[in-house]
Design a protein around this ligand. Structure first.
Ligand code: BTN
Length: 240
């Protein structure tokens, strides 16, 4: 497997936008765009991703058939979890559907997958290495940073550990399919077989988190029936 070409910028609006632009004429088969400072970072569901100093802002560009996009969400979040476990073996690190990594129950990273040119996809990843956003009342989830959990590491070290884990998991997925990735993901998921609340676009639904479907949907059991949830924000019992 070829190596990643890493293109590092001092400042960008959004690493995802830069990577999308590059995908029109890809600088390498697999490339990564990083920025020390990101001024207009984008999150899921139209949210803003704050560009706090010292955090990791990166976007991977690689070719992928769109039918596999949902598998990538799990490969990437699992790889981030494994990278952070290597860096901080004593921290409590878990996964939250669809693609958040939690440290001590709070969000430490976010992933934004987008389509680009030439069958490329862009996997944008933000990790709170040095600072967590002050979310005030904008979000009902909490955020944390590695530094506030006592972990002194640089964004570059997190990137290196992540790319290694990603390559390993991607190779596993290529040879063995989604099943093995899904099992590993679920082994590290917070709240499996427990009651959770999911905020959908227009309603809130409560049920037991039973797993992940082949298509990446969250399986939620409610009134004896299992429903597939395709988009939403998950909350655990202890959260409001
Ligand atoms: C989320 O809402 O959880 C996803 C956040 C994704 C943020 C990253 S930071 C690097 C890349 N560039 C962006 O503009 N967004 C992603």
């Amino acid at each position: 497997m070829s190596a990643w070409l890493v293109l590092s910028f001092e400042e960008l609006g959004s690493t995802n936008d830069k990577a999308k632009e590059l995908s029109a004429n890809p600088p390498a088969q697999k490339f990564v765009v990083t920025a020390q400072k990101q001024t207009s970072g984008r999150g899921r569901r139209g949210r803003v991703w704050q560009g706090l100093d010292g955090n990791l802002f990166m976007s991977q560009g690689f070719e992928l058939e769109l039918q596999h996009l949902s598998d990538m969400v799990f490969i990437i979040s699992l790889s981030l979890l494994e990278a952070l476990r290597l860096i901080a073996p004593n921290l409590k690190i878990e996964l939250k559907w669809p693609n958040d990594v939690l440290v001590n129950g709070s969000k430490v990273s976010g992933i934004l997958l987008e389509k680009a040119e030439n069958e490329y996809i862009i996997a944008g990843i933000g990790v709170n290495v040095k600072a967590a956003p002050n979310l005030d009342n904008q979000a009902s989830y909490s955020a944390t940073s590695l530094k506030s959990c006592g972990i002194e590491v640089s964004a570059t070290e997190v990137l290196g550990a992540y790319l290694k884990a990603f390559d390993k998991n991607f190779a596993t997925w290529q040879t063995s399919g989604f099943e093995m990735i899904r099992n590993k993901w679920l082994q590290n998921a917070k709240g499996l077989q427990q009651e959770i609340k999911v905020n959908l676009e227009k309603e809130v639904i409560c049920g037991i988190f039973r797993g992940i479907a082949q298509n990446g949907a969250l399986l939620l059991e409610k009134d004896g029936k299992t429903e597939q949830i395709f988009a939403g924000d998950v909350f655990y019992k202890e959260e409001k």
